[in-house]
Design a protein around this ligand. Sequence first.
Ligand SMILES: *[C@@H]1O[C@H](CO)[C@@H](O)[C@H](O)[C@H]1NC(C)=O
Ligand SMILES: *[C@@H]1O[C@H](CO)[C@@H](O)[C@H](O)[C@H]1NC(C)=O
Ligand SMILES: *[C@@H]1O[C@H](CO)[C@@H](O)[C@H](O)[C@H]1NC(C)=O
Ligand SMILES: *[C@@H]1O[C@H](CO)[C@@H](O)[C@H](O)[C@H]1NC(C)=O
Ligand SMILES: *[C@@H]1O[C@H](CO)[C@@H](O)[C@H](O)[C@H]1NC(C)=O
Length: 305
Amino acid sequence: MKDRNIPPRGGRWKRSSGVLAGLFMPLLCACFWAGGSAYKPVIIVHGLFDSPKNLLNLQRFISESHPGTNVTIIDLFDGYESLKPLWTQVEGFKAVIYPIMQNAADGVHFICYSQGGLVCRGILSTLPEHNVHTFISLSSPQAGQYGDTDYFKDVFPECVKSEIYHFCYLGIGQRFSICNYWKDPHHKDLYVNVSSYLALLNTEKPHPNATEWRKNFLKIQKLVLIGGPDDGVITPWQSSQFGFYDDNETVVEMQKQDFYLSDAFGLKTLAAREDLITCTFPGVQHIQWHSNETVFHACMEKWLV
Ligand SMILES: *[C@@H]1O[C@H](CO)[C@@H](O)[C@H](O)[C@H]1NC(C)=O
Ligand SMILES: *[C@@H]1O[C@H](CO)[C@@H](O)[C@H](O)[C@H]1NC(C)=O
Ligand SMILES: *[C@@H]1O[C@H](CO)[C@@H](O)[C@H](O)[C@H]1NC(C)=O
Ligand SMILES: *[C@@H]1O[C@H](CO)[C@@H](O)[C@H](O)[C@H]1NC(C)=O
Ligand SMILES: *[C@@H]1O[C@H](CO)[C@@H](O)[C@H](O)[C@H]1NC(C)=O
């Protein structure tokens, strides 16, 4: 995939002085290294049960394609800590990420993997001063999760998916991150009543801050939704692009979801602005998304400028 807007590898051309920049590239690069990169800093948020070490390949891809980029993989809520409630995680990540934003006059980019993509949406919705340009949601269950894949067997060893709602929607369930986005299509009313996180973010449950959150979220310049049919964890996989099951477990695509049609939190606006990009890849398993260089070049590289 070629794009004329992608700066050449090894550095960034200055639009006003392309030829000179070419001649003096080594010098320019040295300056960028000394005085900060020409590329916006990238902030990476990991997924469920992960820690920063799982995302080192992604960090390397960025450094190779955009040398000098300041990439920070946030080291918080690692491993089993990632089961903490998502609002708790949003506040924790925000405290570390906000100073990085304040240091970045030209803004930053977010790459948020799996559950991390939901944490990042929480931050983008509730932080009016954010300066995120591109938000890359890397196989995140943005419309919810309804699948008892191996990942979840760790947490619900004896449960089949049709029973998990008992735990997630009653009693202490919402104290666990997974339950914050567990969406049982056969118990939609209960989900809307009980979900203290995703039903609010997706405005399935009306709340007084919805207008404010929408405004905050829409400050992003680009939303890139990456996912694919061989993911194996995110269920349905289309949830990575805001599709989800109806009550027959038939997938309804994003453009036909109520929250899209009513533009409840800005998806339709982003699409009208041509700032909503979906990137679909077969042949990529869930734990490979951040380590697959093909995916990086096709779906992420050009937005990280
Ligand atoms: C990268 O960003 C972090 C967070 O803003 C900052 O502390 C660090 O100094 C930056 N590193 C470089 C080399 O600019
Ligand atoms: C959802 O909450 C409403 C209002 O509290 C209540 O009337 C309704 O029965 C609840 N639905 C379910 C399925 O719990
Ligand atoms: C709405 O915003 C107010 C003020 O920022 C905050 O105190 C309150 O908790 C928010 N409500 C929800 C449902 O997040
Ligand atoms: C569910 O499937 C049945 C049989 O195929 C169909 O009659 C019904 O309309 C479907 N319901 C929804 C909500 O799609
Ligand atoms: C990377 O993605 C490509 C494109 O979908 C796929 O063909 C390839 O098998 C993937 N490689 C790995 C290691 O997952």
